[in-house]
Ligand binder design. Structure first.
Ligand code: FAD
Length: 373
């Protein structure tokens, strides 16, 4: 039983941490929802951006677990860069690496691995949020083309995405749910005007009206839903790692502040009430990290189990909200200002309780596993 990174993984994290401290830290909180292309190009140059992609497509061939750990390490320094790093290695692009035919891989992955392009996911619909299987967007295969009709909402960064992995229905049952890759300029696709999440990230509605793409763009169709959800459990683990890295950053900042700020003639660090707050933050974060590492270590068919990934996702999301909220409190009025990044960190991690399945829906999944015969 060992939930600790290997020596090789530590080495990778050290290299990324050194790079991020030197080159990404200074601008870490200036991106405001924009894509940090310069940082991504730098990561690409050093071979980090596609490090979890197959060597056959020009990637580094590392296991997805390395990408998750590296996401955590980067999020401790530059959460925005970490998010896009995760996206390129274990997020949306990993669906293409995992399920794509050669043509899809060749067309979409090099742009991502070079730091120039991004791929986003479109699953949610107006009437199908938590209940993904209620989705209506249809895909009709007509000889060498696929015709898509329906609409998707909440597609993050859709205003800047080069292509989308669109969950579609090839037929009436859950087994008929699959995915198609759609380029942003595909005929029949309209990308709505961007709206903004509390985190500062833009999201858009996507409208498909007889949107037509080559049949080659079908990412996965047979027995697809279970496989897509398996891959999604890796994506979910990445979000959890991002939240853990941000929580660590909030704790790092809090320790520094407690040691330097004085009130009533004493350092804040000398007040027991504040020490206990800090201790609670560390206890929650240690537990969250261990649950995350368990989800990465105890896998089935190469994926985190449903139980482990949901437990990790819920605990990491709730811990990150708790830790960043406490960190703001420890910083007093300054913590609540926009000249400090703590309110930004809080807004980033608050999303994890909703995106990638809400914490309620994950609790449903956990209970289902516990109660099954
Ligand atoms: C920051 C962010 C980024 C996102 N990015 C994307 C993206 O890129 N692509 C994409 O497709 N979607 C994206 N989403 C959408 C996200 O996946 C959905 O918001 C989420 O699945 C919940 O669906 P909903 O908003 O329709 O809420 P609903 O399903 O309407 O749920 C409303 C409330 O009811 C609760 N609830 C629902 N059903 C149950 C139940 N059975 N038991 C108990 N409680 C229940 C939920 O937990 C929630 O609290 C993003 C969302 C956020 C916040």
């Amino acid at each position: 039983m060992d939930f600790q990174p290997t020596a090789e993984q530590r080495e990778l994290n050290d290299a990324l941490t050194t790079l991020a401290r030197k080159e990404f830290a200074e601008t870490a909180f200036t991106h405001k929802g924009a894509i940090p292309h310069d940082n991504l190009r730098r990561l690409a140059e050093l071979g980090f951006l596609g490090m979890c992609m197959d060597e056959s497509v020009g990637g580094g061939g590392r296991p997805w677990q390395d990408g998750i750990l590296a996401t955590e390490a980067l999020a401790r320094i530059c959460p925005t860069t970490a998010y896009f790093f995760f996206s390129a290695n274990t997020g949306p692009s990993s669906f293409i690496a995992q399920f794509g035919n050669d043509s899809i891989k060749e067309r979409f992955l090099p742009g991502v691995m070079s730091g120039e392009e991004i791929i986003r996911i479109a699953i949610s619909e107006p009437e199908a949020g938590s209940d993904v299987t209620a989705m209506r967007t249809s895909a009709d295969i007509r000889s060498d083309e696929v015709v898509i009709n329906g609409n998707k909402i909440f597609s993050s960064h859709a205003d800047k995405a080069n292509a989308f992995i669109v969950y579609v229905r090839f037929g009436p049952t859950n087994d008929d749910i699959g995915a198609v890759v759609v380029e942003r300029d595909a005929p029949g696709l309209t990308i709505g005007p961007p709206d903004q999440y509390m985190s500062g990230t833009n999201h858009c509605e996507l409208l498909f009206e007889n949107c037509t793409v080559p049949v080659d763009n079908v990412l996965i169709r047979e027995q697809a839903f279970r496989k897509l959800m398996g891959q999604y459990s890796i994506e979910r683990t990445g979000r959890a790692a991002h939240a853990v890295g941000i929580s660590q950053l909030a704790i790092d900042m809090s320790i520094e502040h407690l040691k330097t700020r004085k009130q009533f003639g004493s350092r804040l660090a000398d007040f027991q009430g504040l020490q206990w707050m800090l201790a609670d933050m560390a206890i929650q974060l240690d537990a969250a990290r261990l649950l995350l590492y368990r989800a990465m270590t105890e896998t089935k068919d190469g994926f985190p189990t449903r139980y482990n990934s949901s437990v990790a996702k819920v605990h990491c999301a709730e811990t990150a909200t708790f830790v960043t909220d406490h960190a703001m409190q420890l910083h007093g009025g300054m913590g609540f200002t926009t000249s400090m990044p703590l309110e930004y960190l809080y807004r980033q991690v608050r999303a994890v309780k909703i995106a990638g399945g809400t914490v309620q829906v994950h609790r449903n999944g956990i209970a289902k596993v516990l109660l099954r015969d």
